[in-house]
Design a protein. Structure first.
Length: 522
């Protein structure tokens, strides 16, 4: 049996640091890969399932290979090499994802294995390399067989703690540095550690530096891809964000799906057709003084309300602070005392706020190649109940879904309607003509709290009390405009675009926190 000298104090500290850093890098790579993958495959569970499977496969293969390296060489040199591989190969992560996704895009519907294949192409090599670190570290640190179990346990625990720290750090890193800079920093740390080990083991320091620089410089230079029409592009903690100018229109994309369109010469114009339905609550109750928008995008809805209703107070909840910055800088979202933006999860805000709103506009979803993937926690009966608590009597929850009754995301459209009707007294369903959007307008009418004449505190909608609620919304819109109330152009026409779901059999699933499969690709 070959004799192994006891490690020095410095080497013990160095190996422990490398174990911790490699454990953190595993999780940082995993989260970054998911961000890149979501640009092409959406936010479905298939993306996470694919990346987690590749991560586990890479680590399993790495553990086996690392054990062989440890017994074969019993040296620091292989450890330095695998760290360089883990750092250098991950620099290719984004272009590999882009190449794989574009190569796989052959049909309209995503096949379950596509995210798995793209994940493997992008991250299997760096994760496998990181998996070899722990067995080699154990071999370098443990020289006394009597303490092999304790030494192995300490190294495994340190690697796991590193993974925990890497997981917790990702949200802060993505917000502060962005996804790409977080990737480059992690790669740089691993490369630096690996090169230091190699340099200390070999006498070819200068040649290694020159060759490493020759490899890294082209990679870093090629990481930025510019397009003539691109105004802004970056990865945030939640999206790949792209702003482009096309034929006089400024368009905001999240993960390759258009979110907002704006006329460059007239920032308050533009917007998709479905946003007109945000004004339905003002038709049903012109006395509304406050609204909440959940999901900002480029801010089309809030800007329209700010410009059209001078007495309106507007609150915005947007989970991604980068989106707020982009809306202000590139879509001219005003800094106005009547408008407040809060960066947090929409459900968290609604469950905690003490504010009451005349209307809540829900336009928050994760987009993918197969259409809309609603965040499940924003599409359940429990969430609708919490929303109703924040809405004034007579107010509305407006809910946008990318889907059509009898078409794309049909089960989601049916389920949202049935679930809304378990909470709200009246639900209108409209369908956009120019896009695959269905908009639900669910009105809260607490009859027990209405005055005897059917009004709320003596105030009714323009043509009477809620107890005789209107069915002719088009006629009501014409009368409302005649009375001087603002409504968007062609609004009366929009109100005729009633979805077939309005009169169809209620056969959808009631979505609950226990079971709401709206974010799973159909």
């Amino acid at each position: 049996m070959q004799h192994q000298t006891s490690p020095t104090r410095f080497s013990i500290v160095a190996v422990n640091v490398l174990v911790f850093v490699s454990g953190a890098a595993v999780m940082i790579y995993e989260f970054i890969a998911v961000r890149f993958l979501q640009r092409f495959f959406g936010s479905s569970l298939d993306v996470w399932a694919g990346e987690i499977s590749v991560c586990l496969l890479g680590l399993a293969a790495g553990y086996a290979l690392g054990g062989w390296l440890a017994d074969k060489f019993r040296s620091w040199l292989p450890l330095g090499i695998v760290l360089c591989i883990a750092g250098g190969s991950a620099l290719f992560m984004e272009p590999i994802v882009v190449f794989a996704a574009e190569s796989l895009e052959k049909g309209e519907h995503m096949r379950w294995w596509e995210p798995l294949a793209a994940s493997a192409a992008a991250t299997l090599v760096p994760l496998l390399a990181l998996g070899t670190v722990m067995p080699q570290a154990i071999r370098l640190l443990v020289v006394n067989m009597a303490t092999l179990g304790a030494g192995t346990g300490r190294v495994a625990a340190l690697s796991t703690i590193g993974s925990i720290c890497g997981t917790l750090a990702t949200s802060s890193l993505f917000v502060q540095w962005g996804v790409q800079n977080s990737l480059y920093t992690t790669c740089a740390i691993l490369l630096a550690g690996g090169l230091l080990i190699i340099v200390s083991q070999m006498a070819t320091t200068k040649r290694l530096k020159r060759s490493t620089g020759a490899i890294l410089l082209p990679l870093l230079a090629g990481a930025a891809v510019a397009q003539d029409t691109t105004v802004y592009e970056d990865y945030s903690a939640y999206h790949h964000i792209l702003v482009k100018d096309e034929a006089g229109k400024r368009i905001l994309y999240f993960d390759s799906s258009p979110q907002t369109t704006m006329d460059v010469k007239n920032p308050f114009s533009g917007g998709f057709e479905y946003t007109d339905y945000f004004h339905v609550p003002m038709l049903l109750d012109p006395t509304i003084k406050s609204v909440l928008f959940v999901g900002l995008g480029g801010g089309t809805g809030p800007k329209s309300f700010l410009n059209s209703y001078p007495a309106m107070r507007i609150d915005i909840v947007e989970i991604d602070p980068a989106v707020v910055t982009v809306a202000r800088k590139y879509f001219q979202l005003p800094d106005d005392k009547r408008m407040r933006a809060v960066t947090t999860d929409g459900r968290t805000y609604i469950q905690r706020t003490q504010q009451k709103y005349g209307a809540i506009m829900m336009d928050a979803y994760a987009s993918g190649r197969n259409g809309a993937y609603l965040p499940y926690h924003l599409a359940t009966k429990e969430f609708f109940e919490a929303s109703a608590e924040c809405i004034e009597n007579g107010g509305c929850l407006v809910y946008n879904v990318m889907g059509i009754y009898g078409g794309a995301n049909d089960s989601t459209v049916r389920g949202i309607l049935r679930t809304l009707e378990t909470v709200f007294q009246t639900v209108y369903v409209f369908e956009a003509e120019s896009s695959w959007n269905t908009v639900f307008v669910a009105q809260k009418i607490d009859y027990a709290k209405l005055a005897p004449n059917g009004t709320r505190d003596g105030k009714g909608w323009p043509e009477g009390p809620w107890l005789t609620h209107p069915t002719d919304l088009t006629g009501l819109a014409e009368k409302s405009v005649a009375q001087g109330h603002f409504l968007p152009p062609k609004f009366a026409e929009r109100l005729t675009q009633v979805s077939r779901a309005q009169s169809a059999l209620r056969d959808g699933m009631v979505f609950t926190d226990d079971n709401a499969p709206v974010d799973i690709a159909q």
